[in-house]
Structures are given as C-alpha cells and as structure tokens.
Ligand binder design. Structure first.
Ligand SMILES: Cc1cc2nc3c(=O)[nH]c(=O)nc-3n(C[C@H](O)[C@H](O)[C@H](O)COP(=O)(O)OP(=O)(O)OC[C@H]3O[C@@H](n4cnc5c(N)ncnc54)[C@H](O)[C@@H]3O)c2cc1C
Length: 399
C-alpha cells in the first residue's frame, strides 16, 4: 500500500518535501497552522546544491523569473548620504546560478507545483502523536484523528512537532542574543531593486529594499539584546518592542517604524539556531528550520530546507524501512548542517556592528574595495566559506 506521510508546515521545507514524496510515489498531506499560505518575509538565497535540487524539480526557470533581481546596496549615514556601495551579487556572496528570491514567492511557487497531488489542510495543527509499531496516530486541533506512516515536522523554528516528539524548544536552542524584524512598508524612498543599510547605533542595524516587480519595500530591524521575554502571539506587543529599541534614532527610522506599525505581515524572531542530538524519534522526523535552523544570519535556511527535502524523500524511497531511511537522512545531512550553521556567528558580527569604529571600518573597506590591489582575492576569501558550505553535500541520484 502507498505510504502516507504527514508534513507539518507549508512554507519552504514542507511543500518541497511534498514535491519529492510525490515524485517517489508516496502520498503526502500537509497541515499548516496559518489559515492560508503565508506571504511575506525577507529575500532568501538559494545557493550551491539547493540550486541543483530546484533544477531537478524543473522549477529553476520559474524561480529565476521570480528572482529579486537586485542591482546593489548602499551603506548610508544618518543624513542619508551614501558612504559605500556594492553590486548585488558581491553583497550577497552569490555565485553562478545562486539566486535570491522573496520567501513568500518561493513558498507560492512550491505550493503551486504540489497542490494538484498533495492534500493541503490550512488552519489546523497537530496536537498529539501516538507512535504505534505500524504507524502514528495523530490528533489535530480541529480535524478528526488520522493515522499516518510517518510524520515530518517542517514547521519552522518554533516547531510544534519538535515540541511534541523531542521536548521544549529551549532544550534545542542556540542563542545569539540578537533579534530580527521584517515588514512590508511603502517604498517612499523610491528604491528600484536597490537596498539601503544604516548602522543606526552600536548593536542596531536597519535595512530597507525594494525588489523587482514590487510596488512596496521591505524594512528590516536587527538588534542585539539578551534573551527577551515576550508573547509570541502578541504581534502588537512585538511591534512596540522593536519601536522602543529604535526610538530616537535618525535617518528614515521614525518613518520606517511608523510603517512597520501598520504592516500586516510583520515578522519577528530571535536570531538563533536549532541544534538537535537526533533528527528522528521513531516515525517522527524533522526537516528544515524545525530540525536545523541555521538562523537568518547564515543566509542558508532556505537552501538547507530544500536540500533536506531532497535527501529525506530520496532516502525514504531508496531504503527498505523507515528506520534505515531516517538514519541515512541524518548521516547525509549532519556535516552539511554543521558547516552551514557555522557561518552564522561571523556573519552576524558584520550584519550588526557592535561599535561605531567597526561600522566605520566596515564601510570604509567596502568603499575602498574597488581600489585595493588584491580586490578579487579578498572578495574570493570572503565568499569561499559560504560557497564551500553551500556545496558541502553530494546529491545522490535516488532511483
Ligand atoms: C512568514 C515567514 C517569514 C519569514 N521571514 C524570514 C526572513 O525574513 N528571513 C529569514 O532568514 N527567514 C525567514 N523565515 C524563515 C525561512 O522561511 C526559513 O529559514 C527557511 O526558508 C526554511 O523554511 P522552513 O519551511 O523550514 O520553515 P519556515 O519558513 O519557518 O516555515 C514553517 C511553516 O510552518 C508553519 N507552522 C508553524 N507552526 C506550525 C504548527 N504547529 N503546525 C502547522 N504549521 C506550523 C508556519 O506557519 C510556516 O508556514 C520566515 C518564515 C515565515 C513563515
């Protein structure tokens, strides 16, 4: 009988896995807590082996057509004066076919590519997992209980499946004492595929950009802080928290904060990682941010999710039983996860300068870059760790 797999989460990892499960002859059901596909989010990168995964799905052209097509980025001071600029690919350390796309656009592409042969249930979530020798009895907040052969938690940083099968989030969290908030805002600066970055104060960074085909812009507020206590369901409270952190600062910050207050796709989360001793427990396994979030600072969350979906579905198809498949999935992914998670700490130091001197030095280096004698070598040295991590997985050809 066709194996029936339940996936929790319909963002990137979940629909990508549904695509590969269908490809290998499994039946997939995706349950998503949000009432419909979630739009919004930052621009995300698809790099290295993840590009190959998208190519193998036959979606690379569609993804390229939806790419942000950014021209570049400028660092500005509090009067809005451009201090240094960089072209988009250098700024994003992209290489070859690496692509940048809005998270919401990628989620839409993956959903469109899977909805004809995948059952999607929106507005519901798993409340209980009862593992039996021949399957998992699953209870839902709204729907009737159902039995599945395997359950995959692809439900992000705050995964409900992980909490049910592996215990509290806190036990698996690697904190960086930093936070990020992103909202869609009006494009009042008339940015045309262009990004502005402003180091507002030590430990506080703001960037705003508008991508191809967008009438609006995205504003991101990054800040460092010790662990904050706030209600994750209280969006207004989180908006107030961000506004409070950036109150009284210059440049366009007051207008961006006012626009953030009005945004209906406000996103706020700690910059942190998920580190699991094991990705699977019996017939329950984790995929993407739920199992190995590398943090937005690494720029690799989406690529890990896409590659993980390919490997998990492939190993399920190639192995005789779930236990073997899940242990092979973990063995393949573990070094790849570790290399990509290792990128975040250094990257974060560059994203949120902790002193005015560091911010000044950073901007100065970027400004002088075109005139440096060993420019290409320096850029190559900076890009190499990301390129190596993004390619640190060999994609097997699963039958
Ligand atoms: C709205 C949104 C905006 C984002 N913006 C950014 C960003 O700006 N920068 C960045 O680096 N990363 C962002 N991310 C995270 C980024 O998408 C991931 O790092 C990466 O793409 C891996 O995706 P994922 O599918 O593993 O996890 P996620 O993209 O986090 O998706 C998890 C999905 O599971 C759903 N979900 C959560 N809990 C449950 C539950 N209990 N039951 C069922 N479904 C559940 C969520 O609604 C979501 O659709 C965002 C995620 C979302 C959902």
């Amino acid at each position: 009988m066709t194996k029936h797999i339940l996936i929790s989460g319909a963002s990137i990892a979940g629909p990508a896995l549904a695509w590969w499960l269908h490809h290998h002859g499994f039946r997939a059901t995706v349950v998503e807590r949000a009432p419909s596909l979630r739009e919004g989010g930052y621009k995300v990168d698809i790099r290295g082996v993840a590009v190959d995964v998208v190519r193998r799905m036959g979606l690379l052209e569609t993804v390229h057509a939806a790419a942000t097509d950014m021209r570049g980025a400028a660092f500005v001071n509090k009067r809005g004066k451009q201090l240094a600029t960089l072209d988009a690919d250098t700024f994003g350390f992209r290489h070859g076919d690496d692509t940048e796309i809005l998270r919401g656009d990628l989620a839409r592409i993956l959903h469109d590519a899977t909805r004809a042969n995948t059952e999607y249930v929106f507005g519901d979530w798993i409340t209980g997992l009862d593992q039996r020798p021949d399957g998992v009895e699953v209870t839902f907040a709204h729907g009737a209980p159902r039995r599945f052969d395997l359950v995959v938690g692809a439900d992000g940083l705050h995964s409900g499946v992980r909490a049910l099968a592996f215990g509290p989030e806190e036990d698996h969290l690697r904190r960086f004492d930093a936070y990020i908030s992103i909202s869609t805002v009006p494009n009042t600066q008339r940015l045309d595929r262009w990004e502005l970055l402003h180091s507002a104060a030590p430990g506080k960074m703001v960037n705003v950009y508008s991508t191809a085909r967008a009438d609006d812009a995205k504003a991101a507020f990054w800040f460092t802080a010790p662990p904050l206590s706030y209600d994750r369901r209280d969006v207004e409270g989180q908006k107030a928290l961000v506004a409070d952190r950036f109150a009284g600062l210059g440049w366009e910050i007051p207008a961006l904060l006012a626009a953030m207050r009005e945004a209906d796709d406000f996103y706020f989360d700690p910059v942190c990682q998920i580190v699991m001793e094991h990705l699977s427990a019996g017939r329950v396994t984790l995929l993407g941010d739920a199992g190995y979030c590398p943090s937005p600072a690494s720029g690799q969350g989406t690529s890990l999710a896409l590659a993980g979906a390919y490997v998990l579905a492939g190993e399920l198809a190639a192995s005789d039983g779930f236990a073997t498949a899940l242990s092979r999935y973990e063995a393949s992914m573990r070094p790849f996860i570790e290399k990509n998670q290792a990128l975040a700490k250094t990257a974060l130091r560059g994203i949120i300068p902790q002193s005015r001197a560091f911010a000044w030095f950073n901007t100065r280096m970027i400004k002088l870059m075109p005139y440096l004698p060993g420019r290409n070598r320096v850029l190559e040295q900076m890009a190499r760790p990301i390129r190596e991590a993004a390619n640190a997985l060999v994609l097997k050809d699963y039958a």
